[in-house]
Design a protein around this ligand. Structure first.
Ligand SMILES: N[C@@H](CCC(=O)N[C@@H](CS)C(=O)NCC(=O)O)C(=O)O
Length: 210
């Protein structure tokens, strides 16, 4: 059976957990304790030399890292209820919006958090190499996240879901970003009606707790 190496506290792992829940898939999870540094253990490095979670391991031992790649595998291997689109047009649009959410939103929060938190000193970028924090980046990250939230509110004033008419992987990445932004003490402004409406709609889905 396929299994997912993941961490409860990891927002990247949460993107995949929500994806699985939305598809109605239940697979075994293997916990990787990032606090204890288990991602650096020899055993985990043999699975994912990039030393990050999540990693999906297939029945034959093949290891797939990187959230969008894991999502791609799952959507193709289990085509029922596609979250990356069913037609070429949907696939293109969802990939575009999911990538924007990741690059402009999720990565901006990650940059801010990793350059701010004391526990991540010397680990400003996840992976096999150590990088010192650059505290001056935090202010810019906060600005980027604020702009992302404003842009997302504008987008959701035009369409019900991030990529258009239906729920998709783009909503998952955007939702996890909004929750993750709380680590930078950023929440959705009350007057962002469209973004708050979308967040409330998504909150009622069972996958929210994943
Ligand atoms: N690009 C990777 C990023 C994965 C990543 O950064 N994961 C974080 C947790 S959210 C991690 O494993 N961090 C380990 C560390 O900080 O050493 C992906 O898409 O999966």
């Amino acid at each position: 059976m396929i299994k997912l190496y993941q961490s409860t506290s990891s927002p990247n792992s949460r993107r995949v957990r929500i994806f699985l829940a939305e598809k109605g898939l239940s697979i075994p999870f293997v916990a990787v304790d990032l606090g204890k540094g288990e991602q650096h253990s020899e055993a985990y490095r043999a699975i994912n030399p990039r030393r990050v979670v999540p990693t999906l391991v297939l029945e034959d031992g093949t290891a797939i890292g990187e959230v969008p790649a894991i999502m791609r595998y799952l959507d193709e291997a289990f085509p029922e209820k596609p979250l990356l689109g069913a037609t070429p047009k949907e696939k293109g649009l969802i990939a575009m919006w999911e990538r924007r959410a990741e690059l402009e939103g999720f990565a901006a929060v990650m940059e801010g958090v990793r350059n701010k938190i004391a526990g991540l000193k010397g680990r400003a970028i996840a992976g096999p190499h150590d990088y010192e924090q650059i505290p001056a980046l935090v202010e810019r990250s906060v600005l980027r996240v604020k702009n992302f939230l404003a842009d997302l509110n504008e987008r959701l004033g035009q369409v019900p879901f991030v990529a258009g008419e239906s729920y998709s992987a783009a909503d998952i990445t955007a939702l996890v970003t909004v929750d993750f932004a709380k680590a930078l003490e950023l929440s959705v402004p009350l007057n962002y009606a469209a973004l708050n409406r979308w967040y409330d709609t998504l909150s009622s889905r069972p996958s929210m707790a994943a």
